[in-house]
Unconditional design. Structure first.
Length: 88
């Protein structure tokens, strides 16, 4: 099982890459409205905060199950955000 530090790095890298992709889209499409991109960035930041809070929880009954569900939720959230970026 991977440790908590690696999980936090994964959260940071995944959501950071999505935010970076939105910024790249905005640079490549300066004439288009950036409101939808800003909404995706705001959602990614809110997700980051939520995931980091869950990763920092203490006194868990079943840590293995908790972190597995956290990874699954991260994957689902990342896929949803990537679909939104692709729809821009």
């Amino acid at each position: 099982m991977a440790n908590k530090r690696d999980l936090k790095k994964d959260i940071n890298y995944v959501l950071g890459d999505i935010i970076e992709e939105v910024y790249m889209w905005e640079l490549e499409n300066p004439g288009k409205d950036g409101k939808s991109g800003e909404a995706i960035i705001d959602e990614a930041i809110a997700s980051f905060d939520s995931f980091m809070a869950r990763a920092n929880e203490r006194k868990l009954e079943n840590p293995k199950k908790h972190f597995k569900s956290l990874r699954d939720d991260l994957e689902k959230t990342a896929k949803a955000l990537v679909e939104k970026v692709n729809a821009l």
